[in-house]
Design a protein around this ligand. Structure first.
Ligand code: TYM
Length: 334
C-alpha cells in the first residue's frame, strides 16, 4: 500500500531524548518529501499521568520547537498541539464504544506505566491507545512512523478501524500501517543496554536529551556502560553484548549507515577510540538542533503562532471526517 497521509505525535512530558529523535523525529523529517504529514504534540495524552499545568505549557512549546529545529516544515505540512482540535476527544469517545476491554488489557505500555498499583491508575491511561487511534483515523492517515514500542498501539488502531467498519457495514476508516524505520527503532539506556532509553529513567546519564549541550553529550557518552572487549568484526559478534550493540546502532543511525557498515569502521578498535568518534558525530548532528531549539525558546510567540495555524488547518481536515463518522453512528446533526 502506498502511504499518502502520515500522522504521528510525541508527548510533551519531560525532555525529548535521542530515542525519540532516532526512532521517530529523524524519520518524520525524511518522510516530508514522500507524503503529506501531520505532526502533533499530544498534550491530551500527556495528562494521562498527572502534569503541572505550567510545565505542560512549557513542554508543549519545547516539543514543538524540537520538531521545527529538527527540520519539520510547518508551512508545507501541519504541526499543532492535539488539544486545539476538539475532534480528537469526540472521536475517541466513539472509539471507546468500539474497542473491547480485552484488547486494552493486552497493551504492554499500560502494564508498564500503571505498574503494580493498577487500581489507582487513571482511566485515561487505560484508554490512552483509544485516543491514539482517534488521532490517526481522524485524518484518514494511512502511515504512522513510530519507534518499535508503539507498534502494538498502531496495530490496535487497525483493529478499531476494522471493528468500526464492520459494526456499521461501511468502508469509512483506512487500516493504517506502522512505519518502523531506520537502524535505531529501539534505542536503549546508556547505563543498561537491556532497558529502553526513556524520559522516566531516574538517571539522566541513561539518556541524551535534545537539550543537552556538547559537554554534557560528551560526558554522558564517556560514562556510558560498555564491556571490556574490543569491538567485533561483524554484527553476529554484537549478540550478548547489549551495550556495544546499542552504541553501534546509535552511531549507525546518526551517520545514516547500517550497523554492519558502522562495524566496518570500528572492528577491533577499543571503546575509548570508538566513543571519541561517537561524541564527535553526536555533537555534529545534535548541536545544530540544540542551538535552534534555544533560539525558538527565546521566541515563544513564533512557536505559538505555528501551533495556532496548524490547529486551524488540522481542524479543516478533521471536521468533515468527524461529521461523517457521527452520521454513520446515527447522531442527529443539522
Ligand atoms: P512518546 O512521546 O512516548 O514517544 C514519541 C516517539 O518516540 C519513540 N521512542 C523511541 N524510539 C526508539 N527508541 C526509544 N528508546 C524510544 N522512546 C520513544 C516512540 O516510539 C514514538 O514514536 N503514543 C505515542 C504518542 C502518540 C502517537 C499518536 C504516535 C499519540 N498519538 C498517534 C503516533 C500516532 C507515544 O507514546 O509517544
Amino acid at each position: 500500500m502506498s502511504v499518502s497521509l502520515i500522522f504521528s505525535g510525541m508527548q510533551p512530558t519531560g525532555n525529548l531524548h535521542l530515542g525519540n529523535y532516532l526512532g521517530a523525529l529523524k524519520n518524520w523529517v525524511k518522510l516530508q518529501s514522500q507524503a503529506k504529514c501531520i505532526y502533533c504534540v499530544v498534550d491530551l495524552h500527556a495528562i494521562t499521568m498527572p502534569q503541572d499545568p505550567k510545565e505542560l505549557r512549557s513542554a508543549t512549546r519545547e516539543v514543538a520547537a524540537a520538531y521545527l529545529a529538527a527540520g519539520i516544515d510547518a508551512d508545507k505540512h501541519i504541526l499543532f498541539n492535539q488539544s486545539r482540535v476538539r475532534a480528537h476527544s469526540e472521536l475517541a469517545w466513539i472509539f471507546n464504544c468500539v474497542a473491547r476491554i480485552g484488547w486494552l488489557n493486552r497493551m504492554t505500555q499500560f502494564k508498564d506505566k500503571a505498574g503494580k498499583n493498577r487500581e489507582n491508575a487513571l482511566v485515561g491511561l487505560y484508554a490512552y491507545p483509544v485516543l491514539m487511534a482517534a488521532d490517526i483515523l481522524l485524518y484518514h492517515a494511512n502511515g504512522v512512523p513510530v519507534g518499535e514500542d508503539q507498534k502494538q498501539h498502531v496495530e490496535l488502531t487497525r483493529d478499531i478501524a476494522q471493528a468500526f467498519n464492520s459494526m456499521f457495514g461501511v468502508e469509512h476508516f483506512p487500516l493504517p500501517e506502522p512505519m518502523i524505520l531506520g537502524e535505531a527503532t529501539r534505542v536503549m539506556s546508556l547505563r543498561d543496554g537491556t532497558k529502553k532509553m526513556s524520559k522516566s529513567d531516574a538517571s539522566d546519564y541513561a539518556r541524551i536529551n535534545l537539550t543537552d549541550d556538547a559537554d554534557t553529550i560528551a560526558l554522558k557518552i564517556q560514562k556510558a556502560k560498555t564491556d571490556p572487549h574490543p569491538l567485533p568484526d561483524d554484527v553476529k559478534g554484537l549478540e550478548d553484548r547489549p551495550e556495544a550493540d546499542n552504541l553501534l546502532t546509535i552511531y549507525a543511525a546518526l551517520a545514516d549507515i547500517t550497523t554492519a557498515e558502522a562495524l566496518g569502521r570500528f572492528a577491533g578498535k577499543t571503546f575509548s577510540e570508538f566513543k571519541k568518534a561517537l561524541v564527535e558525530l553526536a555533537v555534529s548532528v545534535l548541536g545544530p538542533i540544540n542551538a535552534e531549539m534555544r533560539r525558538l525558546k527565546a521566541d515563544p510567540g513564533h512557536v505559538d503562532a505555528v501551533l495556532r495555524r496548524g490547529g486551524e488547518r488540522a481542524t479543516e481536515i478533521a471536521e468533515p471526517i468527524l461529521k461523517k463518522t457521527q452520521d454513520i453512528v446515527g447522531f442527529l446533526k443539522d
